[in-house]
Ligand binder design. Sequence first.
Ligand code: FES
Ligand SMILES: [Fe+2]
Length: 365
Amino acid sequence: MSVSIYIPGVSAEVKNDSGRQQGAYPLDMWYVAAHSKELKDQPVARTLLNEAVVLFRKGDGQVAAVEDRCCHRHLPLSNGIIEDQGIRCGYHGLLFDEAGQCLEIPGQAKVPRKARVHAYHVREQNHLVWIWFGSEVDSAPNCEPPVYPVHDDPQYVFDGDVYHYDAPYQLIHDNLLDLSHLGYVHLKTIGGNAKLHMNAEMKVESDERSVHVVRHMPNSDAPPTYLEAYPFKGKIDRWQEILFKPSHLEIWTGAVDHGTDDISDPNRGGFHMRGFHGITPETSTSAHYFWTMATNPTQNVEEIKAKVVEQTELTFDEDKVVIEAQYANMKRFAGTPMIDIHVDVGPNRARRIIEQMKANPEVTV
Ligand code: FES
Ligand SMILES: [Fe+2]
C-alpha cells in the first residue's frame, strides 16, 4: 500500500493561532537542537522548525535556548556574548537570563517587566541537547526527551557532526530506513555488493510511534570500512537494525566472522557501528542532521574511532548529494506520480506515523 508523499513547498501549509506552522512537521515533541560539544563559550544561532533560536551555555554549565532577537531593537542575541547569568545583547547591552527575562539595561535603573523574549524548554542528556516544540508556543513538555545511553557506554567511543540539508527532513528518514541504497550510493565505504543489499532478508515491525527494520546478510563479503576497522578473516555475517522514532533514528550495524556468533543476539561479538541520527526540520524545506557514530575497538582505540568516523563522514556526504538532488528534482517534477517498490515498506510506515502525529499533536511520544 502506498502513502501520499507530502512535498513541502508544493503541498499546502497553514499556521495555527499560536503561530506554529502546522502541516509540515509534528509538534508536541522533543527535537535535537545541538550536540553538547557545540555549546562552549559562544552562542549558537540555529533556525529550528522555522523559529530563530539562540542556544548558549551559561557560566554554571546550564544549557539555555531563547528566541534569537533582542526585545529592544531586534539585533540577534547570537551577536552578543555569554556571561555567567545569561546572554548580553551586542548592541546596547541588555542582559537576558535562561528564562528570556531581561535582568539589566545598562544606564537605566528600572527594567520593565515586558523586557523579555521567548524561552524554550531544553534538556541536555547523553551528550545531546533537546528542545521542546509544543503545538502552543508556551506549552510545557508532556514527556521526557528520548534517552540514548550508547553515548555514555564505556564499551563504545564516538564522535559526530551536524550537517545542513537543502531538503525536507522526511527525505532523510526515507534514506535511513531503506539501507538497500548502500549497494548503489556507498560502494566505496560501507556498501558492498548491490545485489546482496537488494536481496537481503528484511523484517519490518512497527507500532504507533516507531518502526523497526532488521536485515541480515549472512556469508557476505566485508565492505571497505569494515576491513579497515576490524581484522575479519574472510566471509562475514552482517546485520543492520534500524529503529525509527519521530525525532531520530538509531542504526546498529555490524558483522562477525561467518558462522562464529548468533547475529540476532544483541550481545554478539565482532565489529559494531552504532549510529545516532537526529533529524530536526530547519524549515519545511530544509533540515539539520545531527549524527554520531559509535564503535567498539578493543585496541588502537583512537585510531580506529577516527577511521570509522572519517568513513561515516564520507558516507553521509554521499547521501547528502543524492538527497539534495532528489529534492531539487521533486520540485522540478512536482505533481508527477511516483511508484513504490519493495524497499519502501519501512519508509512508508514512518511517513504514516508522521502523518498521524500531525493530525493528533497531543499524543505523547
Ligand atoms: S538591540 Fe539589543 S540592546 Fe539594543
Ligand atoms: Fe546512506
